[in-house]
Ligand binder design. Structure first.
Ligand SMILES: C[S@@+](CC[C@H](N)C(=O)[O-])C[C@H]1O[C@@H](n2cnc3c(N)ncnc32)[C@H](O)[C@@H]1O
Length: 276
């Protein structure tokens, strides 16, 4: 992050550790992901703070940051982000709801992640409304062409043919254990989730960054949508998986050749340089 110039990223998505205090091992590959913090949340927040400040520095004037967390740290990180970005630049607290995983008999099943969204400068930020699903049309009138409408004082109100605008609650399945999209990384997120974020907050050719890229989902989604992408991860296995996934995308799609502006000559990350 330090090697990049101010304002080079148009969209940053990070999915850092969640402070689960667990070490996970991928069943098939044995890939390990250690999310244990001896100093608990305090240590985690001290780790994340300077990285969030770097994200702020790296975003362009129309840039947006998405920080993916869960119930363990989201409320503390929101306070950090308010101090770094300013409360006025808060855009959303997106709830990603899914159904996979176990149930509890002691409390309501915890079935959502929280994605905090901040603009570098609210009002100047890129945003495209996304539409999905269908409107409720029961009890409505239908016109001569069979299109549903509501009667209002101003006349007929028709619904947008593309469907309702997305709200901040996203119902989207988690990757199943047998999904064809699965690679050997324990905390892999669905490409569909990242595509939604990238479509909402960037344009073709924009530079998308993920500094905790894991299996490279953000980079895969970004390049598939005609954006440029950069990422890093502290685990060499994650970098290797990301490289493999990107090679497949590069083989099937045109790829932007321009590298981001950096303070130093730009080198493709080797597995060793990707480790701190
Ligand atoms: C929740 S996972 C990200 C998963 C990713 N979104 C995906 O779809 O595969 C968090 C990642 O952060 C990485 N990580 C932990 N500490 C890091 C650090 N200091 N710098 C860079 N990456 C780090 C871990 O190796 C892990 O891959």
């Amino acid at each position: 992050m330090k090697s990049l110039d101010d304002g080079v990223c148009d969209l940053i998505y990070i999915d850092p550790p969640f402070v689960t205090q667990r070490k996970r091992t991928h069943r098939a590959s044995g890939a390990k992901y250690d999310d244990r913090w001896s100093g608990g949340l305090k240590q985690f927040l001290a780790f994340l703070h300077p990285r969030l400040s770097e994200c702020h520095r790296l975003l362009s004037e129309r840039g947006t940051l998405y920080v993916h967390l869960d119930w363990r740290a989201a409320h503390y990180v929101r306070v950090l982000l308010d101090t770094i970005f300013g409360e006025r630049n808060f855009l959303n607290e997106v709830i990603w709801h899914y159904r996979t995983g176990g149930l509890s008999t002691k409390w309501f099943a915890r079935k959502h992640d929280t994605i905090l969204v901040y603009a570098k400068k609210a009002g100047s930020h890129s945003f495209q409304v996304q539409r999905e699903g269908t409107f409720r049309t029961d009890g409505l009138n239908y016109d001569e062409d069979g299109r549903p409408y509501k009667n209002t004082k101003k006349g007929r109100l028709y619904f947008n043919a593309a469907g309702p605008a997305l709200s901040d609650v996203w119902d989207m399945p988690f990757l199943s254990t047998v999904s064809l999209e699965r690679v050997d990384w324990p905390t892999q997120k669905p490409v569909a989730l990242l595509e939604r974020i990238i479509r909402s907050s960037s344009r073709e050719g924009d530079l998308i960054a993920d500094f905790f890229c894991g299996s490279g989902t953000t980079l895969v989604a970004a390049m598939g949508l005609g954006r440029r992408a950069i990422g890093c991860d502290i685990e060499s296995r994650a970098v290797a998986i990301t490289r493999e996934r990107l090679k497949k995308i590069c083989a099937t799609r045109p790829v932007f050749s321009s590298a981001p502006r950096t303070n130093r000559p730009h080198k493709l990350p080797s597995e060793s340089s990707a480790r701190r």
